[in-house]
Design a protein around this ligand. Structure first.
Ligand code: ARG
Length: 458
């Protein structure tokens, strides 16, 4: 057992209590942030005349050596320490002696852990944003290749109107765009430095908080020391943004699972991204998509856990807040892993264009366009709706699509139909006439793709 406190205690901590209280088994992943924050703190202490130049130099050199040795593997984080802060400080003092003991001047583990966690969240926001962007690059490629790949668009999971694969993928591109923008909002809001808040009430040492804040890449120092050590809003916001990313991936997964089924047959998942059955030789299962859908639950769970942990906490720091880490770390790891797996699966997936087009043709997805044809020839829309309803019924009886009926058969329903009806209800016409911004028509889509290209460059 190795801890930073103990002066006022007359008895050793119970071993199980010690283990229950310790966080090093998981907060060790904050070692880089802890060392970087400590280096900035030491430099500021020297600038303010609180440490001598020699002491600062020894501390900075010692901390840099610890970081280097941890990275090389010649030093490992020993779990006998209570947390990462204790490990770094004790290792430093072991290396350089008394100067190491001065590092904690004007600082508490409360502002230290708040700083470490903020810096960690900041760097993971950047990592996740990069993955989201890489996924968007893949989606853009699929869109560019499929501007004329017709497929049914659905409402209520029933065929509704024809769209293109490019258009369908574009919906996910938009979701990821919002996901990225949410992450960037969170970054901006969290980017104020809590270091110097002390345990809760600041400190009597003349710290220059603005200086440490700018050394560590923050916009400035936080403005209330009690809030600084007890704010975990940014963890909750991150978990909420990660939950939304998972919700998007889960919806996409659900579609891939449906599209991969025998009934749809819209896609073929690459062999490298599917698995077989131990008993049924014909099986090729969409396990990756199912796992991504399944893992969504645990990320939501971490969000609920953190909201619940925080809800009754009086100001300022309480040990409850140590519970922010495992959930946040797991959510971050899960989202990154899911994004990588999922985007590679999409990248290697084959879209069966013929099956998609056939499916769009068989589902009366051009019924609205057939009604529009009548409207263009002077029939009021409400009547046209009824006429096409009868037409669909006739098609169902004959097991044919609208364009498979002869002109005579069409005229039996309404004599407004002429030979140009066939062109008017072809998939190509149905899609290409939809040219409002955001619609699937090719020239509308081209305009959107140009914007996406610009956005990805920016
Ligand atoms: N391991 C602690 C945490 O993660 C560090 C802060 C400890 N502060 C304290 N007063 N015990 O929250």
């Amino acid at each position: 057992m190795a801890q930073l406190w103990g002066g006022r205690f007359t008895k050793e901590t119970d071993k199980d209590v010690y283990l229950f209280n310790a966080s090093i088994s998981y907060d060790k992943r904050l070692y880089q942030q802890d060392i970087e924050g400590s280096i900035a703190h030491a430099i500021m202490l020297e600038k303010q005349g609180i440490l001598t130049l020699e002491e600062k130099d020894e501390i900075v050199k010692g901390l840099s050596t610890i970081r280097k040795r941890l990275e090389e593997g010649s030093l490992t984080i020993s779990e006998e320490y209570e947390d990462i802060h204790s490990f770094v400080e004790a290792t430093l003092t072991g290396m350089i002696g008394d100067a190491g003991k001065k590092l904690h001047t004007g600082r508490s583990r409360n502002d230290q852990v708040a700083l470490d966690m903020k810096m960690y969240v900041r760097s993971e926001i950047i990592n996740i944003d990069e993955e989201l962007k890489a996924f968007q690059v893949i989606l853009l490629r699929v869109m560019e290749e499929n501007l004329e790949t017709y497929m049914p668009g659905f409402t209520h999971l029933q065929k509704a109107q024809p769209v293109t694969l490019a258009h369908h993928m574009g919906a996910y591109f938009e979701m990821l765009r919002r996901d990225r923008s949410r992450l960037s909002d969170i970054y901006e809001r969290l980017n104020y430095c809590p270091l110097g808040a002390g345990a809760l009430a600041g400190t009597t040492y003349p710290l220059d908080r603005g200086y440490t804040a700018s050394m560590l890449g923050f916009e400035g120092p936080t403005l209330n020391s009690m809030d600084s050590v007890s704010d975990r809003d940014y963890v909750i916001e991150l978990l909420s943004a990660l939950s939304t990313i998972m919700m998007h991936l889960s919806r996409f997964s659900e579609e891939v699972i449906l599209w991969n089924s025998n009934e749809y047959g819209f896609v073929e998942i690459d062999d490298a991204f599917s698995t077989g059955s131990s008993i049924m030789p014909q099986k090729k299962n969409p396990d990756i998509a199912e796992l991504v859908r399944g893992k969504t639950g645990r990320v939501y769970g971490h969000l609920m856990a953190m909201l619940t942990t925080m809800k009754g906490l009086p100001l300022a720091y309480n040990k409850d807040m140590q519970e922010d880490k495992e959930g946040a770390f797991d959510a971050i790891d899960t989202v990154k892993e899911c994004l990588v797996m999922f985007m590679q699966m999409v990248d290697s997936m084959k879209f069966r264009k013929d099956v998609m087009a056939k499916s769009a043709m068989r589902g009366f997805t051009n019924a609205t366009d057939a009604a529009d044809y009548l409207v263009k020839h002077g029939v009021p829309f409400r009547d046209a709706h009824g006429i096409i309803g009868q037409l669909v019924l006739k098609c169902i009886e004959k097991d044919k699509s609208i364009e498979e009926l002869s002109l005579e058969e069409l005229k039996e329903i309404s004599d407004v139909f002429e030979a140009d009806i066939y062109d008017a209800v072809s998939l190509k016409t149905c899609v290409e006439r939809r040219l409002t911004t955001g619609a699937p028509g090719i020239s509308a889509m081209r305009g959107v793709l140009a914007e996406y290209r610009k956005y990805l460059k920016g």
